[in-house]
Design a protein around this ligand. Structure first.
Ligand SMILES: Cc1ncc(COP(=O)(O)O)c(C=O)c1O
Length: 406
């Protein structure tokens, strides 16, 4: 049956933008584009114009848009139960937590609703762990250039002054270390360290992978000082690097004590999780943490299906991502303003010697959605269902735009 609720605004992009300008907080610098629907790797605007979506809602729409298996589950589960609160059990939390344990190598899960909320839980775990040892063991080590979310706790460990500036003072006891600087990391650790947080591939920081040696050092120091090692896999994990989690790319795998996941995990609906080993999980006892929405039956059932689909897609992520990487390097050889192509799987950044903002707008005008992070890094987070043909389509647009750069 068709919805009986009419569209609340005139469907023109201008009317949508005008109404928002009047009634929404003016915190987002949106692109001038109003989207209506999507199918696979493509989205459509109010005028019916088609765009190749190589940003996937900043990494959320990993299965593309309107994936039939996701749509089916939303339809079915919405008719059964969407939410029941954490006062009661539902059928899907246990199976999803079991699946997360199997694919991560960690043991126990807490379900949240976003990346920032997952990071809050991870921070509380580190604080609880430290506190149980000594009240002075509360320091957190984080990395410069990192991004962990917009809530006050997550901001406190975000190593980019522009996000923090208007809200200081933030949490005390946070130390920032330059990424891949093992000596600085060693100097920052002490018996007061409760936890260390890292993104294996810094996302908002410009798609910058950490080196294996640096991560190995972090693991060694966390063990030496009995601190929790927390991997923020919110952007770089859940299939995006071609493995379920970015820490699994290393051989041998260096396990964190806690991982935080979100973005694609809920198949497009808000969802997040922390998965912890027994030592870290022991830091959160009865009554110490909770959430109303986290782990609802719809979200958990969708996450189970999403993980099943991602498992099927892992080889394609590696293959298509590898192809994209190679082709971008070809473009880099032709254009001296392209400094570097970085990333793994379908998380790729192209560092330019010029600002990237205009290129993003020009790409949009050519029907390709990407974005720019850190002013000069073009960021590509294509859906995992993207094929070599989709990549070729994106490359065609990029080649045209790069050829015009003076
Ligand atoms: C690495 C990382 N951590 C945390 C977050 C925050 O997630 P959310 O926006 O869902 O709160 C993000 C969001 O971009 C992220 O990239």
């Amino acid at each position: 049956m068709e919805s009986v609720v009419p569209p609340v605004v005139d469907g023109s992009a201008q009317a949508i933008m005008d109404l928002e300008r009047e009634y929404l907080l003016q915190n987002y610098a949106r692109y001038p584009l109003a989207l209506v629907r999507g199918k696979g790797c493509y989205v459509y605007d109010t005028a019916g114009r088609r765009y190749l979506d190589f940003l996937s809602g900043i990494g959320v729409n990993a299965l593309g848009h309107a994936h039939p298996r996701i749509v089916k589950i939303i339809r079915e589960q919405a008719g059964l139960m969407i939410h029941c609160s954490n006062l009661y059990y539902n059928q899907y939390q246990g199976p999803l937590a079991k699946r997360l344990a199997e694919i991560s190598g960690l043991q126990r899960t807490f379900f949240a609703n976003s990346g920032a909320e997952a990071m809050e839980g991870a921070l509380k775990m580190a604080r609880g762990h430290g506190h149980a040892i000594h009240p002075e063991k509360f320091e957190i080590i984080s990395l410069e250039n990192s991004f962990h979310g917009r809530t006050l706790g997550a901001l406190s460990i975000t190593g980019q002054p522009k996000y923090r500036a208007n809200f200081e003072p933030l949490l005390p006891g946070v130390k920032f270390v330059p990424p891949n600087d093992a000596a600085a990391l060693e100097a920052a650790f002490s018996p007061r360290t409760a936890g260390m947080v890292l993104e294996m591939i810094q996302g908002e920081g410009g798609v910058c992978p950490l080196t294996h040696d640096f991560v190995a050092k972090a693991r060694q120091l966390a063990d030496r000082y009995n601190a929790l090692l927390i991997a923020d896999e919110i952007q770089c994990g859940v299939g995006r690097p071609g493995t379920f989690f970015a820490y699994q790319r290393a051989h041998p795998v260096i396990l964190p004590d806690v991982l935080a996941a979100a973005k694609p995990l809920g198949g497009g609906i808000p969802f997040g999780a922390i998965v912890a080993n027994e030592k870290a999980a022991a830091a959160i006892g009865p009554g110490m943490h909770g959430t109303t929405f986290g782990g609802g039956p719809l979200a958990c059932r969708l996450a189970l299906e999403t993980l099943a689909l991602i498992e099927e897609l892992l080889p394609a992520i590696e293959r298509v991502g590898g192809y994209f990487h190679v082709q971008l390097n070809e473009l880099a050889r032709k254009h001296s303003f392209i400094k570097e192509v970085r990333g793994f799987g379908l998380m790729i950044g192209v560092e330019l010697a010029i600002p990237g903002k205009q290129l993003v707008l020009d790409a949009m005008a050519e029907g390709l959605l990407i974005n720019c992070t850190h002013d000069t890094v073009l960021r590509f987070l294509p859906p995992y269902v993207a094929t070599e043909r989709d990549v070729d389509q994106a490359l065609k647009v990029l080649a045209k735009l790069f050829a015009k750069v003076k």
